[in-house]
Design a protein around this ligand. Structure first.
Ligand code: R2B
Ligand code: URA
Length: 311
């Protein structure tokens, strides 16, 4: 469509490399990506990251380190003998970042402000490195609505805590709103790679609510405060479910909005840690939880292998 072509010309150079929608960056003598501990003057970002095709983000640094090693095995990437993967952003003390061939595995912390800062800097990294048509994934955890713990969810759009399909942020004293879109084709392709028989667990597709809090903001009764009743909570969760929301987490709208604004294909794959219609506490044993957290990694790796023609 015309709209897609317009977005494409705003966000890509002719060779497919990432173009920024910010005229000020080009004018900077150097750009320091403070929270990644990387700079356009201090590092050869094109040399270091020019071959990146897939950027995978997830909440914790240990999970993203595990993912880096897992994807390394899956795509058959070899490290020089006697070496280990290095946390490229270790000095920042904020996020962790590992690179495995064309795959970047980065931690994003919890919630909108944390992943937002990371998205700005990673999108700028894509620009400085002249990456061509990268795809972004969030591999995370969530609370399910009417689905069992262990179920994998591929999001088809993000909605905010008022069920609006947008990300809103105050800029210069005014709220601006951006559509929280995700790539529909990518979501369908991920769904096609799920296999109930082989996997032994379900993978579903639906809307993802992005809350700005884990407790009150997700209708939990077990926070330090609760000014609503259990009945209010259940009414709200059922309203969400009827609206097509299958899970609740804390990054979907900004992740969808900023990647869409940057013209970057993006998907969110989360595993549900519990069914919120049955409770609030996340108390599944650690070993089961660790197994569940691998599930989004398995699906995204399958996609990456397919794109690299390794499967
Ligand atoms: C899922 O899990 C975290 C909260 O426990 C948050 O980052 C999210 O989206
Ligand atoms: N992450 C969330 O944000 N909510 C949950 O219920 C579980 C994980």
């Amino acid at each position: 469509s015309i709209e897609q072509l317009k977005l494409r010309s705003l966000t890509r150079y002719n060779d497919g490399s990432v173009k920024l929608r910010n005229p000020y960056i080009e004018q900077l003598e150097s750009d320091y990506l403070y929270h990644l501990s990387l700079g356009s003057a201090s590092h050869d970002l094109h040399e270091m990251f020019g071959d990146v095709k897939f950027v995978c983000m997830g909440g914790t640094s240990s999970r993203m380190k595990d993912f880096a090693y897992y994807v390394m095995k899956e795509i058959g990437h070899k490290l020089p003998a006697g070496t280990q993967l290095q946390d490229i952003s270790e000095l920042s003390g904020r996020y962790s970042m590992y690179k495995v061939g064309p795959v970047l595995s980065v931690s994003h912390g919890m919630g909108t402000p944390s992943i937002g800062i990371l998205l700005h800097e990673i999108i700028k990294l894509m620009y400085h490195a002249k990456c061509k048509d990268p795809t972004f994934f969030r591999i995370g955890t969530c609370g399910g609505i009417g689905i069992d713990g262990g179920t994998v969810v591929v999001s088809n759009e993000g909605v905010d805590g008022c069920l609006r399909n947008t990300y809103e942020v105050a800029v210069l004293g005014k709220n601006i709103s951006r559509p929280a879109k995700l790539d529909q084709k990518l979501a369908r392709e991920l769904m096609s790679l799920a296999d109930l028989e082989r996997d032994g667990y379900e993978t579903v597709c639906g809307k993802t609510m992005c809350a700005n809090d884990f407790y009150e903001g997700q209708g939990r009764l077990d926070g330090a405060f609760c000014d609503f009743t259990e009945k209010d909570k259940m009414n709200f969760l059922h309203k969400c479910k009827d609206f097509g929301v299958v899970n609740i987490e804390m990054e979907a709208t900004i992740f969808g909005a900023l990647t869409y604004h940057a013209g970057i294909k993006a998907a969110i794959v989360c595993v549900a840690l519990l069914n919120r219609l049955k409770g609030d506490q996340v108390s599944t044993p650690k070993d089961i939880m660790l197994e569940w957290q691998k599930r989004p990694q398995v699906l995204v790796s399958r996609y990456i292998k397919k794109k690299l023609r390794l499967s």
